[in-house]
Design a binder for this molecule. Structure first.
Ligand code: OOG
Ligand code: NI
Length: 459
């Protein structure tokens, strides 16, 4: 009998979720279509160069999603479902601090961590947890009403959780069980038809639209699904030409002549969707809520800690110079002066991660040089960029904006629970992997696998 391995479950889950979301949010389908067109054009224009950051098969199937849950117990269930798919929590993001768009959540991303698994299917899900014990957002009364409401709902049924545990433990499922698991898992993230309690939803929306989205309803849903595109500037223009209004701009590094770095993203605002609302007198009416939106992204090279610090400085410099030069010009100037314009420059300055491998046409005689720089220069090895698999807090804060109408309400004078990475890891009851460590390990493993004689100096 056929079985589903973990990666097959992951790829199948991503595909079925995408089909479901496309039926529910037609603008998403437009985004996927336009991404495909743009990718085909880039492939034609640049050939093999276009696949430096992943094969076209990987990139075409590649998606990330975002979900939001209310309690540590719900988050642990999510971790089991993603664990079944070979996805592990990586990185910690605190979106409560973001200046203009603070939202009461902390987040991590579930994704594969092994290179072979990423190559098979890199599906990742940005996962946020509400922070009811942050008194800047919730007073004691609202916090306790919220916690009572959340304790009384069930997002994932026992059958789904049991199948997830089995898939995680056995690293595969027989065909029937796999089919059932996929059906239940995709179903858990569909938008529910159950009426929404209007007064309760609005109470939370006064604090934050994101709080209402998470804690104002008795179910959860995928709130966006993001295809990957090889030229995000071309995509932005094509979407605008089709009359779809995107958020102000593209988040992340600017368009420039140097290597693609980290992550660039853009999105369109949440759309009006008809929903059934329950009024205080018990009657049900139809209204509109805006909870789901579309996003698209381009991925580039993963930066080292040092590279990331440089990146953060350049973003700050861009902010400072924006008033004078305009954002695009300020960004271009900062990057031109402050960042290497080539992959080689990035490698030499230790700003980005690469994997190295022996070249087929390397010299067959003589002693190989004893440094990576020498090996590269004399044609013994070649470097391949490591693609960035994670998210950026600032872009994430920008993406949350797609859900926000007003600023919400916040009282900065009070302090509460310290929601840091250790706290989140304790809540999930799993280790949260450090993204830099994962990239570093990958670079090291590739150097070790060169099996060159003698000690090797790094660049
Ligand atoms: C998640 C926002 C973060 C991204 O791509 O940075 C995100 C959310 O809206 O729940 O998806
Ligand atoms: Ni996203």
């Amino acid at each position: 009998m056929k079985t589903f391995s973990q990666w097959q479950l992951r790829a199948e889950f991503a595909r079925r979720l995408s089909d479901m979301y496309g039926r529910e949010v037609p603008a998403y389908t437009t985004l996927v279509d336009v991404s495909r067109q743009v990718n085909a054009e880039v492939l034609e224009r640049s050939g093999a160069e276009a696949e430096r950051f992943g094969s076209i098969a990987r990139v075409t199937a590649e998606r990330h999603g975002a979900i939001r849950v209310g309690t540590p117990a719900e988050l642990r269930q999510v971790a089991r479902i993603f664990g079944a798919l070979g996805m592990h929590p990586v990185g910690f993001y605190d979106l409560r601090e973001a200046a203009a768009s603070a939202v009461p959540v902390i987040s991590t991303a579930f994704r594969p961590i092994e290179p072979a698994e990423l190559a098979r299917n890199p599906f990742r899900v940005f996962t946020s947890l509400l922070t009811p014990a942050d008194p800047r957002f919730f007073d004691d009364d609202l916090r306790s009403r919220l916690e009572t409401f959340l304790a009384g709902r069930e997002l994932f049924g026992p059958e789904l959780i049991e199948l997830a545990e089995r898939a995680e433990a056995e690293r595969e499922l027989p065909e029937d069980a796999g089919e059932r698991f996929l059906e239940l898992a995709v179903g858990a993230f569909e938008l529910s038809a159950e009426p929404v309690d209007k007064a309760w939803y609005e109470t939370l929306a006064e604090v934050s639209a994101v709080a209402a989205d998470i804690g104002g309803v008795r179910s959860t849903h995928i709130n966006h699904l993001t295809p990957r595109v090889l030229d995000i500037d071309a995509l932005y223009q094509a979407m605008t030409e089709r009359g779809i209004a995107m958020i102000d701009a593209i988040q992340g590094p600017p368009r420039w002549d140097g290597p693609d770095v980290l992550l660039r993203q853009t999105s369109f605002r949440a759309l009006d969707e008809p929903r059934r609302l329950r009024l205080p007198d018990g009657s049900v009416t139809t209204g509109v809520l805006r909870v789901r939106f579309g996003e698209v992204e381009a991925r580039g090279i993963a930066l080292t800690r040092k590279g990331r610090a440089r990146y953060d400085e350049l973003m700050a410099e861009t902010d400072r110079d924006t008033a004078e030069l305009g954002r695009e010009e300020a960004a271009r100037a900062a990057w031109r002066d402050g960042f290497p314009g080539s992959e080689q420059g990035l490698a030499e300055a230790g700003l980005a991660y690469f994997t190295y491998r022996l070249r087929a046409d390397r010299p067959r005689r003589g002693r190989p040089p004893s440094s990576l720089a020498g090996l590269l220069a004399e044609g013994w090895i070649e470097a391949e960029p490591v693609v960035y698999e994670d998210f950026l807090p600032r872009s994430a804060a920008g993406i949350f904006q797609s859900n926000l109408n007003g600023e919400g309400r916040r009282d900065n004078s009070r302090e509460g629970v310290r929601y840091d990475q250790d706290w989140l890891s304790g809540a999930i009851e799993r280790e949260i992997h450090d993204p830099f460590t994962l990239y570093e390990r990958r670079q090291r493993a590739s150097i070790a696998a060169l099996h060159l004689p003698g000690p090797l100096h790094s660049l």
